[in-house]
Design a protein around this ligand. Structure first.
Ligand SMILES: *Cc1c(COP(=O)(O)O)cnc(C)c1O
Length: 384
């Protein structure tokens, strides 16, 4: 991204407006005041741009919005109090009762519940498809389909969708397209370059503050603002926007470090006798590797492996031997994490209970990769 440094240092930062402070101020206010009635009237014509009330527009949040839109190459962006709020606002804005959504199979768990539990109650139906096949996506489109919802790479096993082929199909069939881009981040993948209309992030991950983002054209952002954004009111606090702006300054450095360390550990794991397979977009045996190289410039710190364990007890012992990796969901911070799917195996009412029990999702953070390898090597030892 040629303008990345410009975006992170300058975009949106009108320092003259706040005493030439290098870091932006946290504009901690609910209200903005007006000098005249005419100003008052004029502001209400455009609450997205004018300063009226912080649920609509806050100057600290606006800086973050400008940077995120620039990073994704879209005209505008909205920020939310969580990724789930951003997903819900974007999806709900595209549909009404009677409509249908085509969604990649096994999306993020709360996106799955948005479609299966929440929107189903309001007469919006859905079909989950294997997103690796454009033919399968096409076959799932119905006359009432309004939205094609993607996650590329997808969660857990990192399958991709061909974004150019998906947008071509969506255009032909008059569908809106949305993608959850939390896994690749705008550093490694900009879906708007391939024509995706709505680019969503859980900023809780690599942006490293609990927040959500929707990036899109001005008309789509205005549409979401007028309805879901203002009525559901799941806004981001200006203090958190400040933290996110600060975190963005190091996003590229952090992503590159995670990416390099993950590749190093994947090479070592792939050669280890206790490892059955590695799921990673750039894995040498991944049939989608050429597609990954076409649409992503990196993968970050996430991948999963299946271990050659004979039973759940052996998997549990592996996790108990880990001392440096932390057991946790989520990712994107300093600390390297291991997510144990044997913990969910056969648990009732969990859609991930069918994920193989020998699967571990790793997030590689910013620690020394050699130090992390020592931990894995020590834990990957069990009787033959
Ligand atoms: C975490 C996550 C979300 C939800 O984000 P929150 O900030 O936790 O609400 C959505 N999509 C993906 C891919 C995620 O990993």
């Amino acid at each position: 991204m040629e303008d990345l440094d410009h975006i992170l240092t300058h975009q949106g930062e009108a320092r003259k407006n706040y005493f030439n402070a290098m870091a932006p101020p946290i504009v901690q206010t609910s209200n903005f005041v007006f000098d005249t009635l005419d100003d008052f009237r004029a502001a209400f014509v455009d609450e997205l741009s004018a300063h009226v009330y912080t649920r609509g527009n806050n100057p600290t949040n606006k800086i973050l919005r400008e940077k995120l839109a620039a990073l994704e190459g879209t005209e505008d962006a909205l920020v939310f109090g969580s990724g789930a709020a951003a997903v819900a606002a974007a999806v709900i804005a595209c549909v009404q009762s009677g409509d249908h959504i085509v969604c990649v199979q096994s999306p993020y768990s709360w996106t799955y519940k948005l479609l299966t539990l929440f929107l189903a109650r309001f007469g919006v139906s859905h079909t989950f498809v294997d997103g690796r096949s454009v033919a399968a996506i096409e076959a799932a489109i119905q006359p009432n389909t309004k939205l094609l919802y993607l996650e590329s790479p997808s969660s857990i096993t990192f399958e991709l969708q061909d974004l150019a082929a998906c947008t071509a199909l969506a255009k032909e069939r008059n569908l809106l397209t949305a993608i959850d881009n939390s896994y690749a981040s705008p550093i490694f993948q900009q879906p708007s370059r391939w024509g995706i209309a709505l680019v969503i992030h859980s900023g809780t991950k690599y942006i490293a503050v609990v927040l959500g983002v929707v990036c899109a054209s001005k008309p789509l952002i205005q549409k979401i603002f007028n309805s879901e954004y203002m009525t559901l009111g799941a806004i981001l606090s200006p203090s958190d926007a400040f933290l996110a702006i600060r975190g963005l300054r190091t996003l590229r450095l952090r992503m590159e470090r995670s990416d390099t360390s993950a590749r190093y550990l994947i090479d070592r794991l792939a050669a280890h006798p206790r490892v059955e397979r590695v799921n990673y977009p750039f894995a040498s045996d991944n049939p989608q590797r050429a597609l990954a190289e076409r649409q992503m410039s990196g993968a970050g710190g996430l991948f999963s492996v299946q271990l050659k364990a004979r039973n759940i007890a052996e998997m549990e012992a592996f996790f108990h031997r880990l001392e440096r990796f932390l057991l946790a969901v989520s990712w994107g911070g300093y600390e390297s994490l291991a997510l144990p799917f044997c913990a969910f195996y056969n648990v009732p009412n969990r859609e991930d209970s069918t994920i193989p029990w020998n699967l571990v999702r790793f997030y590689i953070g910013l620690e020394d990769p050699e130090w992390l390898w020592k931990d894995l090597e020590r834990a990957l030892v069990w009787p033959a």
